[in-house]
Each structure stands twice: as structure tokens, then as C-alpha cells.
Ligand binder design. Sequence first.
Ligand SMILES: Cc1cc2nc3c(=O)[nH]c(=O)nc-3n(C[C@H](O)[C@H](O)[C@H](O)COP(=O)(O)OP(=O)(O)OC[C@H]3O[C@@H](n4cnc5c(N)ncnc54)[C@H](O)[C@@H]3O)c2cc1C
Length: 306
Amino acid sequence: MLTRSALIYLSRQEGLKEFAARFRPFKKLTTRFVAGETIDEAAAAIQELNAEGCSASFDHLNESVANSAEAEAEVKEYLQILNRIDETGINCNVSIKLTQFGLELDPELAYRNSRAVVEDAARRENFVRVDMEGSNVTQLTIDIFKRLRAEFGLDDVGIVLQSYLRRTYADAQELVKLPARIRICKGAYNEPPEVAFPNKKDVDENYVRVMQLLLSSGIYHGIATHDPKMIGATIDFVQRQGISKGTFEFQMLYGVRRDLQRQLAKDGYNLRVYVPYGKHWYPYFMRRLAERPANIWFVLKNLLKG
Ligand SMILES: Cc1cc2nc3c(=O)[nH]c(=O)nc-3n(C[C@H](O)[C@H](O)[C@H](O)COP(=O)(O)OP(=O)(O)OC[C@H]3O[C@@H](n4cnc5c(N)ncnc54)[C@H](O)[C@@H]3O)c2cc1C
């Protein structure tokens, strides 16, 4: 738990970000979780996933941008991604972070920027998933999502909820009524015990409760996890309830549990892989290390090997 907090703390240190980006052996290691630095590299990775029966979600890595010009550059990047998806015909939607579009500078800026991307995606009959970030922006993210959802359709824009947050079950109940497409995940940030369950057991219990609420709604949701227990609980629930495999999807991260990804796709479940790319990989990479202590040994071993 301490290691997890320490790594998430380090993920937010700007100085280390600069150092890591320049340190070649470290950068090389990111290829396990990051599909390259360019749209082309990510599109090639997605093509391979599609060939294995998995769909994908494009994610341009960047968060907490420093100014409005950077936020606008992110909009341009996403418009290019949406165009590339159409050109190549890959089976893929996009995931965005509102801090990438300027949420911490000005929520109206983030709304306008995300709206431009959702509008383009809707025109192309594609879909935008609004990722969920730290609890300091949970309410702002939900508020902007609701505005977007009021203007665009159920199949144009969706949101993410995190089962570690105490508020999430109530949020899921409210958002399902909109209706809204939700991705449920456990949550990847450092949160205080007042807002998030400190024990894994409670996070997992809440995950199962929210998963059951979502899958009973008849809306197409995303069940994002690599945890065999959560996956087992989901399969068990849909089988008991007679919910068909085609009415929801499992989601996993690029490079994590590829064996499980292939198995679920082979068993006829919809499986979407979240495919991040870009130069700003440091915070994302550090959160992946935090999720599994064994990943730190993987990094140290490879760094020592040179
Ligand atoms: C598609 C997708 C989208 C996501 N979007 C968001 C988001 O918007 N906001 C947010 O806060 N979080 C997001 N996450 C991250 C999520 O919150 C968790 O931090 C992450 O998925 C780990 O939780 P878990 O459910 O896999 O279970 P855990 O209990 O953490 O892990 C279960 C098992 O999965 C495997 N595993 C998990 N993580 C790793 C890893 N990094 N490397 C190797 N093995 C691993 C291990 O075998 C581990 O024992 C997303 C995750 C996915 C899959």
C-alpha cells in the first residue's frame, strides 16, 4: 500500500517526468504499456488487436496541461485520431481526460474543447469516453459529462466511475437514469480515506455492486478490470441473469494480462483494449507500476541489465 502511494506520488513530480523522459533505458521499458509516440504506431498496435478479435480505445497521453494552447493542441490531436480511425477502418473509439483539455485552468475551456471532440466523433458515428481522474475533479468531470450528454446521444459520449470512491454507487444510480454508458474501474489515484475505501476488500465489493447495477440497466457498459475475481463475478452474474454477452464489454489496458484478453475474446466476450500513446507517458506509466509491485522488479531488472 505504501509502495502504491509512493509511486503515485512520484507520478505527479514534474522534475522526475523530465528526467525519465530523457533516460533512455527507462523509456524503452514503457513499450510494455505504451503503444509508441505517434498515432501511426498506436494505429498499428490497434490493427494487431483487432486481428485478435479485440476492439480498442485510443488514448493520447497528456494530463494537467499548462495552458490553453496546449489544451487546444490536444483537441487537434484527437481530431486527427478520429480521422485516422475512419481512414484506416480500425475498430476503435477514443478516451479523453478533461485535465488534458484544460479542466484545471478553466472548466469552461475543458467543456468547449471536449465538446469539439465529441461533436466530431458523433458526426463520424464514433464514441468518446471521458476518463475519470483524481477526486478533486470528480464532480467537475461529471458536470461537464452531463452537459455533453444533454447535447449528444447515448452512443456518442460516456463516462468512467471508480469503485474505490465512496460516492460512486450513488453516481452510478443517477447516471444510469440519464441514461449514460459507464466504464466501471477500481480507480488509480491516491485518495484520502474520507473519499475512497482504503481497503481492497471494500473496493472490490463496491465494484461488484456497481457492476451488477450497470449490467441490470440494459445499457451497453464497460467492465474495466484485470482482476480474475471481478471478471469471474461478472461472468457469474450475467449467466445467472441471462444477460447476453453482446450487451456489454470487458475492458483492459494495453500490455496487461494479454493472456486473459485473448481468452475472453476467444470465449466470445466483447473485449476492448485501452491503447495509450504519446510522449507524455510518465504519469500513466508510474500508475501502472503502482498497480502491481512485481512491475517494479520488472523495471529494476531491466534497468540493471542496461
Ligand atoms: C480499460 C481501462 C480503463 C481505465 N480507466 C481508468 C480511469 O479512467 N480512471 C482511473 O482512475 N483508472 C482507470 N483505470 C485503471 C483502474 O482504475 C485500475 O487502477 C487498474 O485497472 C487496476 O485494477 P484492476 O481492476 O485490474 O485490479 P487489481 O486488483 O489492481 O489487479 C488485479 C490483477 O490484475 C493484474 N494487474 C492489474 N494491474 C496491472 C498492471 N499495471 N500490470 C500488470 N498486471 C496488472 C495483476 O495480475 C493483479 O493481481 C482503467 C483501467 C482499465 C482496464
